[in-house]
Design a protein around this ligand. Structure first.
Ligand code: ZN
Ligand code: ZN
Length: 163
């Protein structure tokens, strides 16, 4: 298991545009743990600007670093403040989809940051991964009362397998 310091180090390296291989050389943790954590970042659409939790993002804030930049009045809308940020972004997210997707946990439709993103937020990723007995009880309650619920993807898959 990675500790918070190792996680932060991995995020820092991803922020700097460092690939898997180099990250493995620098972070003293198992390869498996590092790969899993990098995948977690990708699946939740992480970018370094998430490190600044209290910042307010404007329309023209760089998708990677969060810095505001001058928007062009004509032509295609830019997403990055610099080519450097664009390059770092594509290091972590080699392919960018145009479409939106449905969150595998809460079912909300969100705009994808990369083609591997499955969750609208990190919170949903965690909830989906560490689905608890408490959640299961809430689900049963909702089923009994006919309340609207979202069944997490993994549970749907499991149920399907049982049919
Ligand atoms: Zn930037
Ligand atoms: Zn979600």
């Amino acid at each position: 298991m990675l500790n918070e310091i190792q996680k932060k180090q991995i995020r820092q390296m991803a922020a700097d545009g460092v690939g898997y291989r180099e990250t493995m050389k620098c972070v003293l943790a198992s390869k498996q743990d590092i790969i899993e954590y990098r995948n977690e970042l990708v699946e939740t659409g992480w970018t370094p600007r998430e490190e600044y939790t209290d910042a307010e993002w404007k329309e023209n804030s760089c998708l990677w670093c969060g810095k505001e930049y001058q928007t062009a009045t004509t032509g295609r809308k830019r997403k990055f403040c610099s080519n450097q940020c664009r390059r770092k972004y594509y290091m972590l997210y080699p392919t960018t989809p145009r479409s939106s997707a449905q969150c595998a946990y809460c079912g909300k439709v969100f705009e994808m940051i990369n083609s591997k993103q499955k969750f609208c937020s990190h919170e949903c990723y965690i909830k989906n991964r560490f689905w608890s007995r408490e959640d299961a009880e809430k689900l049963v309650d909702a089923l009994m009362t006919g309340e609207d619920i979202t069944i997490p993807q993994w549970l749907r898959d499991k149920l399907k397998a049982q049919l």
